[in-house]
Design a protein around this ligand. Structure first.
Ligand code: ADP
Ligand code: ZN
Ligand code: ZN
Length: 729
C-alpha cells in the first residue's frame, strides 16, 4: 500500500511507453485504476510501481482520481510478460484491457434509436445490415455511432432511416439492460466413458488449482464441447470465473442454445459487434466479479477478470486467435501465459491441434486427453480423392459460349446421387468472387489494384473488379487498356462454381457462403436455418461453414481444389491445408447417414491428401514436424518478423539500409533481409521485411528491441513486429 504523497509510476492506456510519474493524493495499492492528465487530456491508467523519473518534485503532477477498482499483481505481471514477449509497448497492452471508452466516467447521455421491424418493408441490403446489428444486441436501443459501426453503413444511410421512421428515438441511456445470469447444471447430459475420464482429469486440476495445460484432442463430433462445459461448471460452482474463448465464426446459435440448455441461461457473449453500452456493462460486470462466465472471441481474454479459475480455448489451432492489426499477439499463447502466471488450468480443444501444441504434448508440458469416437456412434465420413488428370472436368455452355468446367464427372455423379437421395451437398472452395485473374488474351496485361501489388478479382454479384487487399473496386472493361485486345477471365472462385452448378443441376437450390455475402452472424444464422429446413440442396462456400455446424442431412462434401493451399510458400502451408480440409471433411455425415468427402486434385499422392484420406493425422503431423525440426522452423526454432512500411519508397529503403548496417551478429541465429515483402504495396504504402531467426531457446526479443532502438525511425514509417508470424505477406 502506497501512502499519500508517494510518487508512483502510472502505466497509461494507449500511450506507447511504460508510463509517467505522478503524486498519489490518497493511499492506494499497486494495480489501482487511476485517472491522470497527459498534456491536459484525461487518461486512464494503473499504478504500476514506485516512481523513478528523477524529475524535481515541483514538476510532478497529482493523480486526478483514484478509482475503487484494481488489477491484481498477477495481471500486472502478465502485462509485463506479454509486452516482453510481443514487444508491444506496455501502455498498448494496457489499452487491450481498458478497451472501453471513458471506462470510469458515468455513461454518456446520447440519443438512442430503436429499429422498427414492423415497418421495415422491403429489406434492402442496408436495412438488413441495420436489422442484423440490432439483432446481435438483443434489439437493445443503439446510438447512431453503434449503428454505423456494427452495420457498416454510412451516416447518410442512418439519417435517411431516421427521417423515414425506420429508426425511432428511444431514450438517452441504457439502464441495466444486461441481466446477470446465474447458472446451474441442468444435469441433462451424461458423458460417455471416454468423455467422463477426460472431464475427470480436468476437473481434478480445477479442484486443486495451479497451472496446467490440457489438450482436449477429439475428432469432430466427439463431444469436446460437453466435456469442457463440465469443466466450466466445476470451476464456476467453486466460485471461480470462467472464460470460454472461440473464433468468431464458431459463436453459433447452435452453440448458444447448447450452452443455455446445459446451464439454464444464455451465455454472456463478448465479440466485436457489441454496442458501446453493452461492452461497458460486460466490462464492469466482470470487473465487479458479478459476471463470472463469458463466451467470447480473443479480445475477451483482456476483460478485467476477477478470480479467473479456468480458460478454455476452443479450436485452439485457429488462426483467428492471431491478432495482426493493433500489435501482433497470439491469444491462445497469451491465455496460456495468463494461466501460468495466475496459476490455474487451461484447456485447449481441437480436432486438429497446432504443431506447437502437439510439440508441447510430446515434450510432456501439456496433458493429452483424447476423444476417439463420434458421440452416439455417428461414423466418420469416407474420404477420397478424385484425380483430375484422369477425370477431367468437361466444358459447359452459358449463353452460347463454352466455359471451362471445374467439376469432374465423378464429382457430378456423386452430386446427382446425393440430390436423388434428397440429401445435401457442400462444395468447398476457398476463393471469393467469380474469377481471380482478369487478363488480356493478346498482350498478357492483367488487372491489378493501383494501390496494392495484387491482382483484382472479378465479382459477378456486384459486376465489378475488387481488390481483396484494400477493397477498392473498378469497372470491368471488355477490352485491354494497353492494346485493345479481348479480356478473358481465368481461374475459379465460388461464384463461377455456382454458375456451373446451376447449369449442370438446374433443379438444385444453391446458396453461396463467403465473408462478403455472409456479413453478420444473423446472416449466417439465416443460412444455417435454410440448411436445416432443407431449403438448400447445394451450399457453395469458403471455410465459414467449416466450423461448429451440425447438419444431419449433409452427406457429400466436395473440395473443388484441394491443391489450392498445398503450394503455399511458408512452412505452415501443409499444416494449415490439412487442418482446413480436415475441418471441412468433418461436416459430412454427422447424422445417422454416413458421409462422403471427395477432394479434386492433380496430385492425389501428396502427403497432405493421402494423410487426410487415411484419417492419419498423427502420422502426417509427425512427418511435417520432422521437416520443421530439420529446418529449425517453429516450434523447433523461433522467428520474429519485422515489417517496415513507408509512404515514400526512398525513405523506407534508406531506413532499412541503416537497420541492416546496424544489425547485430546473433549467436545461434541470424537477421535476414531486408527484402521486399511478398506484397510490396498495400493501400499505397511500400513494405519491406526482415526476418530474425534463432534457436528455440534463444531470447530473440531483447536483441530485436535493442537493434531497433539503435536507428532513429524517420517520420511516416511504421514498424510492425510479429513474434512467431503466421502470415508471411
Ligand atoms: P465436438 O465439439 O467434439 O465437435 P460436440 O460437442 O459438438 O462435438 O458434439 C457433437 C454432438 O454430439 C452434439 O450434437 C452434442 O450435443 C452431442 N453430444 C456429445 N456428447 C454428448 C453427451 N454426452 N450427451 C448428449 N449429447 C452429446
Ligand atoms: Zn492487351
Ligand atoms: Zn488494393
Amino acid at each position: 500500500m502506497f501512502t499519500p504523497g508517494t510518487i508512483v509510476k502510472v502505466l497509461i492506456s494507449n500511450i506507447p511507453n511504460s508510463g509517467y510519474d505522478y503524486r498519489l493524493p490518497v493511499s492506494a495499492d499497486i494495480g489501482t485504476f487511476v485517472s491522470v492528465n497527459v498534456m491536459n487530456r484525461p487518461c486512464v491508467g494503473v499504478i504500476w510501481g514506485i516512481g523513478d523519473s528523477n524529475l524535481p518534485q515541483s514538476k510532478i503532477k497529482d493523480i486526478s482520481v483514484v478509482h475503487d477498482a484494481h488489477l491484481n499483481i498477477a495481471d500486472l505481471q502478465w502485462i509485463k510478460k506479454m509486452s516482453d514477449w510481443t514487444l508491444i509497448p506496455l501502455g498498448l497492452v494496457l489499452r487491450l484491457i481498458i478497451n472501453i471508452p471513458d471506462a470510469f466516467l458515468p455513461p454518456r447521455m446520447e440519443q438512442l434509436y430503436s429499429f422498427d421491424f414492423t415497418c421495415a418493408g422491403r429489406m434492402t441490403q442496408n436495412r438488413q445490415a441495420v436489422a442484423d446489428a440490432f439483432a446481435s444486441n438483443d434489439n437493445a436501443p443503439m446510438t447512431v455511432g453503434d449503428i454505423q459501426n456494427i452495420a457498416h453503413v454510412s451516416p447518410a444511410v442512418v439519417r435517411t432511416m431516421i427521417k423515414n421512421g425506420l429508426l425511432y428515438p428511444s431514450g438517452e441511456q441504457i439502464k441495466h439492460h444486461l441481466t446477470i445470469p446465474v447458472y446451474q447444471d441442468s444435469g441433462n447430459v451424461t458423458l460417455n466413458t471416454e468423455q467422463q475420464s477426460a472431464a475427470d482429469v480436468i476437473g481434478n486440476s480445477v479442484r486443486t488449482g495451479g497451472f496446467s495445460v490440457h489438450l482436449l484432442d477429439g475428432i469432430t463430433g466427439s463431444g469436446k464441447t460437453q466435456v469442457y462445459f463440465d469443466s466450466a461448471w466445476r470451476a464456476y460452482r467453486a466460485g471461480h470465473s470462467v472464460l470460454l474463448m472461440m473464433p468468431e465464426i464458431a459463436l453459433t446459435a447452435q452453440f448458444m442454445s447448447r450452452f443455455e440448455s446445459r446451464f439454464g441461461a444464455p451465455p454472456v457473449v463478448w465479440h466485436s459487434n457489441l454496442t458501446a453500452a453493452r461492452r461497458r456493462e460486460i466490462w464492469h460486470g466482470v470487473l465487479d466479479g458479478k459476471i463470472r462466465m463469458v463466451v467470447g472471441t480473443r479480445s475477451a481474454l483482456f476483460l478485467p477478470w476477477q478470480n479467473l479459475g479456468l480458460i478454455v480455448v476452443d479450436e485452439e489451432h485457429d488462426t483467428s486467435y492471431k491478432q495482426e492489426d493493433m500489435g501482433n499477439y497470439h491469444a491462445r499463447d497469451m491465455a496460456i501465459l495468463r494461466a501460468k502466471i495466475a496459476g490455474f488450468p487451461i484447456v485447449l480443444a481441437s480436432a486438429t491441434p497446432a504443431a506447437e501444441t502437439l510439440e508441447n504434448v510430446a515434450s510432456g508440458k501439456y496433458e493429452h486427453l483424447c476423444l476417439t469416437s463420434r458421440y452416439g456412434g455417428a461414423q466418420l465420413p469416407k474420404i477420397s480423392t478424385i484425380d483430375l488428370r484422369e477425370h477431367r472436368p468437361t466444358p459447359y455452355i452459358v449463353d452460347g459460349e463454352e466455359q471451362t468446367g471445374f467439376l469432374s464427372p465423378v464429382l457430378c455423379d456423386a452430386i446427382s446421387e446425393t440430390l436423388s437421395a434428397r440429401n445435401q451437398i457442400m462444395l468447398f472452395i476457398n476463393r471469393r468472387g467469380f474469377a481471380p485473374i482478369v487478363q488480356c488474351k493478346k498482350c498478357g496485361w492483367t488487372a491489378t489494384c493501383p494501390d496494392c501489388s495484387v491482382g483484382m478479382t472479378y465479382h459477378q454479384r456486384i459486376g465489378k473488379l475488387l481488390c481483396h487487399m484494400c477493397g477498392r473496386t473498378a469497372p470491368l472493361s471488355k477490352s485491354c487498356p494497353d492494346c485493345g485486345g479481348d479480356v478473358s477471365m481465368r481461374g475459379v472462385g465460388l461464384e463461377k462454381i455456382q454458375q456451373e452448378v446451376n447449369i449442370r443441376f438446374p433443379n438444385a437450390r444453391t446458396a453461396l457462403v463467403s465473408s462478403d455475402i455472409i456479413t453478420s452472424r444473423q446472416a449466417l444464422e439465416r443460412l444455417v436455418g435454410r440448411m436445416e429446413s432443407g431449403d438448400i440442396d447445394i451450399v457453395i462456400g469458403t471455410q465459414i461453414l467449416a466450423k461448429g455446424h451440425h447438419f444431419p442431412n449433409l452427406t457429400l462434401v466436395g473440395v473443388v481444389d484441394a491443391d489450392m493451399g498445398l503450394f503455399g510458400t511458408d512452412f505452415r502451408a501443409a499444416e494449415h491445408t490439412f487442418q482446413q480440409l480436415f475441418q471441412v471433411a468433418g461436416r459430412a455425415g454427422r447424422g445417422a447417414q454416413p458421409g462422403h468427402v471427395m477432394m479434386q486434385t492433380y496430385q492425389p499422392e501428396h502427403p497432405v491428401l493421402t494423410a487426410i484420406c487415411a484419417g492419419n493425422r498423427d502420422e502426417f503431423m509427425a512427418t511435417d514436424m520432422a521437416g520443421r525440426r530439420a529446418a529449425q522452423m517453429p516450434p523447433y526454432g523461433q522467428l520474429i518478423a519485422v515489417i517496415i512500411e513507408g509512404e515514400k519508397e526512398h525513405v523506407l529503403r534508406r531506413y532499412c539500409d541503416e537497420l541492416a548496417a546496424a544489425a547485430p551478429l546473433l549467436q545461434g541465429g541470424k537477421i535476414m533481409g531486408p527484402i521486399t515483402a511478398q506484397i510490396y504495396q498495400i493501400r499505397n504504402w511500400y513494405r519491406m521485411r526482415f526476418l530474425v531467426a534463432g534457436s528455440a531457446t534463444s531470447a530473440l526479443q531483447p536483441v530485436v528491441s535493442h537493434w531497433l532502438a539503435k536507428v532513429k525511425q524517420p517520420a511516416n514509417i511504421r514498424v510492425k513486429i510479429d513474434v512467431n508470424p503466421i502470415n508471411f505477406m
